[in-house]
Design a protein around this ligand. Structure first.
Ligand code: PLP
Length: 370
């Protein structure tokens, strides 16, 4: 039996032969970027697929977040979660805004709406929430809070490609949502991302910001940057979109098999799939609790010894990083649930093409840690 390395993910890709004719078109046309034909097609295809009217392709998820924050014209303080990938808080800080960390909820590890409301001051201009692992935030509560206090609401939906809730795209919430198409995400274009705006004006602002703030050959009214997606990434995205349903189904099967095998292990708690949600199975997070024979870190090392590379998403907490830990809101006493989750979380390998034999290696290693 093979003992090759099993990584936490492996990118899905279309057959290379399908990409080559698209590359030939680019070589013939010499149109490589700047809203070329593949960019236009992919943006239109995503607009339909994501059930969102105002979609802007960008070069990655980080720049998508920065563009959304910029377009929302925020000031002062932004209430956000410490339990995410570092891009979430860095995007706030890089816009010269003050992140204010609040705690998460124990059952889904998403930002706690009550804690959000309690943290709002006269300086607060926005909430930046994360649909962690693609599981929806309490979007109704967050919308009500944002409306009550006149705040902008931005979702880092980097994990939520294709997720639907109550029969509707999860991306239909907030003033802006962003997706990442990074290689490690459930849908990838090598690098890439989008901003989904709630309004045409929001999309226009993002479209300007992603292209240096240029309006025409002689008019540059905005201080934009460069976040354009190239023709290569857009062409690849079109092929990936055709394959997404298949890739998702393959992940669903891994998820089901893991759940059946792991749920009965004392001290191992796979994060529940929420009711009313069509998930994308992008991650398989488990909490390693007190009742498990060894600690989360010991399990992580035991898996590594068997050539299985799980990941501690998300550890360390963003509030503990050197540039944030001195903020008053970063005090672990303010973030008890997040602090505990960061100690217990482990994401197990899940991807299209993970063989049943390799799934069994992962399952056995969790059942009987050596
Ligand atoms: C991956 C990720 C990002 C950043 O996306 P990139 O495309 O890698 O820049 C932002 N937020 C979260 C939660 C992520 O997981």
């Amino acid at each position: 039996m093979s003992n090759g390395p099993i990584y936490v993910t492996r990118p899905s890709l279309p057959p290379l032969a399908e990409l080559l004719p698209l590359l030939e078109e680019m070589w013939d046309s010499r149109v490589l970027t700047n809203n070329g034909p593949f960019h236009q097609k992919f943006e239109a295809a995503l607009t339909a697929f994501l059930e969102a009217e105002h979609v802007s392709l960008v070069s990655n998820g980080m720049l998508a977040l920065e563009a959304a924050i910029d377009a929302a014209q925020l000031t002062g303080e932004v209430v956000t979660t410490p339990y995410s990938f570092v891009a979430t808080t860095h995007a706030v800080r890089r816009a010269n805004l003050q992140p204010v960390f609040v705690d998460i909820r124990p059952h889904d590890l998403n930002i706690d709406p009550d804690a959000v409301e309690a943290a709002i001051t006269e300086k607060t201009s926005a909430i930046v929430a994360v649909h962690c692992y693609g599981n929806p935030c309490n979007v109704d509560a967050l919308r009500a809070i944002a409306e009550r206090h006149g705040l902008k609401l931005i979702y880092d939906a980097a994990h939520a490609f294709g997720v639907r809730r109550n029969g509707q795209s999860l991306l239909a919430h907030g003033d802006f949502s962003i997706l990442s198409f990074h290689a490690t995400k459930v849908f990838n274009t090598f690098e890439g991302g989008v901003v989904i705006a709630a309004s045409q004006a929001g999309k226009a602002a993002v479209d300007s910001l992603r292209n240096f703030g240029i309006a025409s050959e002689t008019s540059i009214p905005n201080t934009g940057g460069n976040a354009k997606m190239s023709e290569f990434n857009a062409a690849l995205g079109l092929l990936q979109l055709d394959r997404f349903a298949e890739a998702r189904e393959a992940r669903r099967q891994v998820d089901t098999r893991y759940r059946e095998a792991l749920t009965s292990i004392e001290g191992i708690e796979p994060l529940a799939l929420p009711d009313g949600v069509e998930p994308n199975f992008s991650y398989f997070p488990v909490l390693v609790g007190e009742d498990y024979p060894i600690s989360r870190d010991a399990l992580y090392e035991a898996l590594k010894a068997e050539n299985i590379f799980a990941r501690r998403y998300f550890y360390p907490l963003l509030s503990s990083l050197p540039m944030y830990r001195d903020l008053a809101s970063a005090d672990p006493a303010n973030l008890p649930v997040a602090t505990e989750a960061a100690k217990q979380i482990l994401c197990l390998p899940i991807y299209e093409g993970l063989s049943e034999a390799d799934q069994d290696r992962v399952i056995r290693a969790v059942q009987r840690p050596s």
